[in-house]
Design a binder for this molecule. Structure first.
Ligand code: DX5
Length: 216
């Protein structure tokens, strides 16, 4: 069954605490978006000290930064970090970044923006634990889902890739059915969980019900 890892992309500590506590015990892992304002035109709040004091669920770090190795080093001491998601794109050496990430206890995920050919996965398939496809160009929540993402997921699945496939960006009640049909294993909704007048926990529950319905 497809699992949900809500994506927290926030401007400050106050919004982080509101979003995180609003999840209650509805999920076992959160995705923390870390953007430097250079790799993407947005800079997020993500303070390792606060996160280590507050968060009791597992955490995957989604690094939308020009220097992912420097960013990773800030999080080594945070106990609940279990996975780091690094972009193929950007001015860093992706092979070096993946090798550095593999020296940690964390799982390592490769993230592809919508325009990056899925063929690049082949170069790293023996080094990564998960593949995440972006359903939007990263940086902000509430953007329009790029439908081609479903074909990219399906064609990667069709190649018999062993790793789980995750999708992030534009995931909501409208796009979940086609994403599940394409074979996605994990979805990372942002505004569908944190962007309406229901509590995040209520939104997660509603999306879990939808997944069960669509998967039946
Ligand atoms: C996009 C971020 C996503 C974002 C998803 O820049 O990497 O994780 O928070 O938000 P929605 O689900 O609203 O597209």
């Amino acid at each position: 069954m497809t699992s949900i890892i809500p994506s927290i992309l926030v401007p400050n500590k106050k919004v982080f605490l509101t979003n995180y506590t609003g999840l209650g015990d509805s999920v076992s892992m959160i995705q923390l978006d870390i953007a430097d304002g250079k790799f993407v035109p947005n800079a997020t709040w993500a303070d390792p000290k606060t996160v280590s004091e507050v968060v009791t669920t597992d955490i995957e770090l989604h690094l939308m930064v020009n220097d992912p190795i420097a960013e990773m080093k800030k999080w080594f001491f945070v106990p609940h970090v279990k996975r780091v998601l690094v972009h193929f794109e950007g001015p860093h050496d992706i092979a070096e970044t993946i090798q550095k990430a593999k020296q940690t206890e964390w799982e390592v995920g490769l993230v592809l923006n919508p325009g990056t050919p899925t063929t690049v996965i082949g170069d790293f398939v023996n080094d990564i634990d998960i593949i995440m496809f972006m359903g939007v160009y990263p940086g902000f929540q509430g953007q329009e889902f790029i439908p081609e993402t479903c074909n990219r997921i399906a064609e990667t699945k069709a190649k018999g890739i062993a790793q789980p496939i995750s999708v992030d960006g534009g995931v909501n009640e409208k796009t979940i059915p086609t994403l599940i049909k394409a074979g996605v294993d994990i979805i990372c909704p942002g505004s569908a969980v944190f962007g309406n007048d229901k509590t995040p926990a209520e939104n997660v529950l509603a999306l879990q019900r939808l997944i069960a319905e669509v998967s039946a």
